[in-house]
Design a binder for this molecule. Sequence first.
Ligand code: ADP
Ligand code: MG
Length: 279
Amino acid sequence: MSDSLASKYIEIQNVEQTFKTAKGPFCALQNVNLTVAKGEFITLIGHSGCGKSTLLNLIAGLTLPTQGSLICANREIDGPGPDRGVVFQNHSLLPWLTCFENVYLAVERVFGASSRVNGTQAETKAQLKERVDNVLAMVGLTAAAQKRPGEISGGMKQRVGIARALSMEPKVLLMDEPFGALDALTRAKLQDELLAIVAATQSTVVMVTHDVDEAVLLSDRIVMMTNGPAATIGEVLSVNLPRPRSRVDLAENTDYLHYRKAVIDFLYTRQSHVEKQAA
Ligand SMILES: Nc1ncnc2c1ncn2[C@@H]1O[C@H](COP(=O)(O)OP(=O)(O)O)[C@@H](O)[C@H]1O
Ligand SMILES: [Mg+2]
């Protein structure tokens, strides 16, 4: 891969997203420009309703922009694709399937059919099963493989969602507040696991969060969004903390505290009018 492609793996150019509503057009995002390098971990942070999910859905190809363009690995994003694995906040598992089967479905779709585009052969059932076993082991779910979503905790369901996205070996992992609904201890554990997995897979990640500590712990860069309507990127903060990162060591690290304060200042000083607007 050329250096220029590696540094511009995802390119978001002058993106605008206007929704048609009963009250007329609503401009959620305007003039959004961002370039993400291969292997980078980006978090999108901003107040509720500012357009984080809207932007992530555009990168996922679940919606198309009303203006501007989005490019991934030199190709225009014109729909969802296996090169971009998505983890939703509500895990969206099929309740009648086991954890294994939920992941197997995704693996079968990507690797179970021969591809005329890549010239790859369909994998055998044993090969597909091995992929599922490996990825379930990666997220620590081997023992729960035969359980259904109703029989496991919220944190475990979220792990299945992550395993499912990872199983497709996506070039880009897109996550929308994946740990938002979890208690603080479970969230911390999954953040640590995610850091280890991303270090091993060298994935490019774009993750939405509203948690300042999560953003600083995980990110190479934190993309801070202004409040809507017509939200855009207000500031981008590079987090130059060495990896691997340990939450225990960082708690007293002055650089960590400095980054944390910069994000809090942005959210609660410069973009603080969100509550007043809503009142
Ligand atoms: N399909 C839609 N139709 C109309 N308005 C929408 C739609 N999706 C999102 N919005 C509006 O766009 C804004 C941004 O929403 P969203 O991206 O979900 O925010 P966030 O994820 O940052 O909380 C909100 O005002 C929301 O009401
Ligand atoms: Mg959202």
